[in-house]
Design a protein around this ligand. Structure first.
Ligand code: SF4
Length: 352
């Protein structure tokens, strides 16, 4: 067994389960547990949603799963060996080096026709829907260090100012947007930040919170690169004990690929650090609810298989000339190809 301890036993996180047990103490601080207990008593004015955050993400140090030190090398080896012939095939048609993000993998495993259209078009540029998450995360990051009362609009204003000054593609776009786009961006970011502040306890520096944490794994002599950016990480590993949790903050509702996205991030973290996160979770801000999953060796290797499967599909489409497969689903409603796609229109009841 690679992993021992409580890794295969998800902790109950339902309200009923939470009522049965005493309030959880976050487990990623060990030396100061007494001070933590006291702090939590002082900060005890948590609403039920905030308490649930502690219940779902917290765990005592002795329950953290241990992972074998060789896991990192084994995951990398599995990826390198299976991707090598695919990287070679991509190179032959000039499609390597190639970077894969969680969005690429979700797209490849969804409608191939849409993926190929996006692949050909490249990055479409920044827009309000693309920028609102970055602005909100910057504002949440600032909220950790504000000593006065946290006012979401003030945080978002400050985040906008700082991001606009940055020497980046996003900064350049923000310098040129209209007053109305800026107003829309502000409103959408304030909505996210307000919900976060309402539903989460204030992030304490001792929890080691990091917003927009980048993860990079280069493989096969840098011909294939896997990249991610985690919305929020909390805690850290100690030795080979997994103490970190990764959180994706989302508006809208649940989709199965959200868990796949987080398993992909867990895989990148496991290869980067040698110890995977203890738990991953999607937090739905509009609903104030978690969908968490414990990280296991099996889930890491299933993430490996999903990466390899995605690269394989890309090779079949761009190097093998296989026709792209249409796959209908809820995403057809906002697909840019919908107007010309009869299959997609029929699937959403718009045959005309
Ligand atoms: S409308 Fe649906 S089926 Fe058609 S290309 Fe878009 S995602 Fe695919």
């Amino acid at each position: 067994m690679w992993c021992s301890g409580a890794s295969g036993t998800p902790k109950g996180h339902s309200l009923a389960a939470a009522r049965r047990r005493p309030p959880a103490i976050p487990g990623w601080v060990t030396r100061c547990s007494y001070r933590w207990n006291v702090t939590l008593v002082v900060d005890a004015e948590l609403n039920p949603a905030q308490q649930e955050v502690l219940d779902v993400l917290g765990a005592s140090r002795d329950s953290w799963p241990q992972f074998e030190p060789g896991l990192r090398a084994e995951l990398r080896h599995e990826l390198e060996v299976t991707l090598e012939p695919l990287a070679h095939a991509l190179e032959r048609v000039g499609a390597a080096p190639r970077t894969f993000t969680k969005h690429d993998l979700s797209s490849i495993h969804g409608c191939e026709e849409r993926f190929m259209a996006e692949h050909a078009a490249g990055f479409p540029g920044w827009s309000v829907p693309k920028a609102r998450g970055v602005v909100a995360h910057k504002a949440i990051e600032l909220s950790m260090h504000v000593r006065d009362e946290v006012v979401p609009l003030h945080l978002v204003d400050e985040a906008l100012a700082r991001l606009t000054e940055k020497d980046s593609g996003l900064g350049s776009w923000m310098q040129t947007i209209t007053e109305f786009d800026r107003a829309e961006l502000t409103g959408e970011a304030v909505d996210r930040v307000s919900k976060f502040v309402e539903c989460w306890p204030k992030l304490k520096p001792a929890w080691r919170p990091v917003l927009e944490s980048k993860l990079i794994v280069d493989l096969c002599d840098e011909r294939v690169s896997l990249r991610g950016k985690v919305d929020l990480t909390l805690g850290m590993a100690q030795g080979t004990a997994a103490g970190k949790v990764l959180v994706d903050l989302k508006t809208g509702g649940f989709a199965p690929e959200h868990l796949d996205d987080l398993r992909f991030y867990a895989l990148l973290e496991a290869i980067r650090l040698g110890v995977p996160p203890r738990r991953v979770a999607t937090y739905y801000l509009d609903a104030g609810r978690f969908v968490p999953a414990d990280v296991t060796v099996d889930s890491l290797f299933s993430a490996v298989a999903r990466v390899v499967g995605g690269v394989q599909v890309l090779v079949e489409l761009v190097a093998g000339g296989r026709p792209a497969v249409l796959r209908t689903g809820p995403a057809c409603r906002w697909c840019p190809l919908l107007v010309g796609c009869e299959t997609g229109r029929l699937s959403i009841g718009d045959g005309g």
